[in-house]
Design a protein around this ligand. Structure first.
Ligand code: NAD
Length: 308
């Protein structure tokens, strides 16, 4: 049996995990090239695969139809928007994800983005290297309100971390969070409109779906405080980037910090990149040594559990 592993560039997918797969007799095709596979190369390798551990590569209906042996797809992470999950499942293919494997990493990343924005770290590093010595006044997080949209594994981890530094936690999710759970995080569940109006920081932690596409657009940005900061480490496309670019230019909100984009990497002419109050990281939210090790371990186990 054959397993294709596409996430690239990890120092070690985990020789231990690769050995584990091989010891069960699997032929393992692991992308250690440092480059993303082209769609053609990915398909060619996957045509006779029984399992795929996939990063961001596209697995759509046409791809699935050309992989007749496929029994399991495991997302190397949690966001399955690059996989046609419904179609895969209709063909009897199990689709798994490594739930919770990267929630600490992403939550810490959000806090890092928020701290850097609030303490002017993005600007001051650049300024000093360019020979300037400005000393802008920053903001404390203590006592500020963070609105968390999507209270799943990452949202909860972020709530714990934000609570730890003295922030007030407000959440919005489509399900009613049990009161006991809210108490645990000292959190309050609000309607989306209210959360947007009350929060100093708004952070997104929900999947990209037909329902969440452009969830944050002009009307939602207009509801936010004019000194609020919007953080998106979930998926590009949940925020209407054109509307955000206009809102940042018009100082409708103070700033935005993104780890994800509707097109990755963003095009150099993307107007968002030109906004001085727009900060970014290159989709590195989940990339910590610890998170990657956890994700390798869980994805290996998911694939083995479905193929052995
Ligand atoms: P999760 O499945 O544990 O939680 C998602 C939450 O979103 C759930 O509570 C769900 O009820 C809620 N939700 C779904 N639709 C909603 C809607 N329309 N409105 C409000 N809430 C809604 O997932 P998670 O592990 O917390 O991850 C969240 C997202 O973060 C993923 O879908 C993925 O896109 C993204 N992510 C990004 C990175 C990164 O590297 N930047 C890493 C991991 C995950």
């Amino acid at each position: 049996m054959k397993i294709v592993i596409t996430p690239r560039g990890f120092a070690n997918y985990g020789e231990k995990e690769l050995d584990k797969l091989r010891s069960h007799g699997f032929q393992v095709s692991y992308n250690n090239t440092g480059q993303a596979y082209s769609p053609e190369k990915f398909l060619e390798l996957s045509k006779d695969a029984d399992g795929i551990i996939v990063g961001v590569d596209l697995i759509d209906q046409a791809f699935i139809d050309q992989c007749p042996q496929l029994k399991v797809i495991c997302k190397f992470g949690v966001g399955t928007d690059n996989i046609d999950v419904a179609y895969a499942e209709s063909k009897g293919i199990y689709v798994g994800r490594t739930i919770g494997s990267n929630s600490i990493a992403v939550a810490e990343h959000v806090m890092a983005l928020i701290y850097s924005e609030s303490k002017n770290i993005y600007e001051t590093v650049r300024e000093v290297k360019e020979g300037e010595w400005q000393k802008p006044t920053g903001r404390e997080l203590y006592g500020k309100t963070i609105g968390i949209i999507g209270f799943g594994a990452i949202g909860k981890q972020l709530a714990r971390q934000a609570q730890g530094v003295g922030m007030h936690v407000r959440i919005y999710d489509v399900y009613d969070v049990p009161v006991e759970e809210l108490k645990q995080y000292d959190a309050e569940q609000l309607a989306l409109e209210t959360l947007l109006q009350e929060s100093d920081y708004v952070s997104l932690h929900l999947p990209l779906t037909e329902k969440t596409k452009n969830l944050i657009s002009t009307a939602e940005l207009n509801r936010m405080k004019d000194n609020a900061c919007l953080i998106n480490t979930a998926r590009g496309g949940i925020v209407d980037e054109e509307a955000l670019s206009k809102a940042l230019a018009g100082k409708v909100i103070r700033s935005a910090c993104f780890d994800v984009f509707s097109s990755e990497p963003p095009k150099s002419e993307d107007p968002l990149l030109a906004r001085e109050n727009f900060y970014l990281t290159p989709h590195t939210g989940a990339r910590t040594i610890e998170s990657e090790a956890r994700t390798c371990e869980i994805s290996t186990d998911i694939v083995l559990s479905k193929l052995l």
